[in-house]
Design a protein around this ligand. Structure first.
Ligand code: ZN
Length: 145
């Protein structure tokens, strides 16, 4: 059954978001862009690949690389569909960057980055683990915001 959700004319559809992570993707977007136009969050949509998935549709926003990296952290399976004139003009996967600098706070209270003005850097170990370059502890993407 097709989903009865309004089509967008110009903007981005973020598809194949891990089920349950759509809300966090929307939070990341609202932190980076003024969500003044139509946006839709669809949760638990059926997916052939994953069983269930979340989808975010956002009118008038084209996502930059930094925001795409943050989305990759929340859901490495996400795909970005760039919509122009109501059609998919471009489609690509988000890519978890090898290293993220200055974007996230280290959750380890003893980490030096929480005392000094050192920029945090997290290296990508796999889709479920990132390592702080300073204290070398491993964290799940959910722990880092
Ligand atoms: Zn640390």
């Amino acid at each position: 059954m097709p989903l009865l959700v309004e089509k967008i004319a110009e903007g981005t559809v973020i598809d194949h978001i891990r089920a349950g992570a759509g809300n966090r993707v929307l939070q990341v977007l609202s932190a980076s862009y003024p969500l003044s136009k139509m946006a839709a969050l669809i949760i638990n949509a059926p997916s052939k690949k994953f069983g269930r998935k979340d989808i975010v549709k956002i009118e008038g926003v084209f996502i930059d690389e930094k925001t795409a990296n943050r989305i990759a952290l929340i859901s490495p399976t996400a795909t970005l569909n760039i919509i122009r004139k109501s059609k998919v003009a471009d489609k690509h996967h988000v890519v978890m960057p090898r290293a993220l600098s200055g974007l996230l706070k280290c959750p380890n209270p003893k980490c030096i980055t929480n005392f000094e003005r050192a920029e945090t850097t997290f290296t990508h170990v796999d889709n479920d683990h990132l390592r702080c370059r300073h204290c070398e502890r491993l964290f799940a993407p959910e722990e880092l915001t």
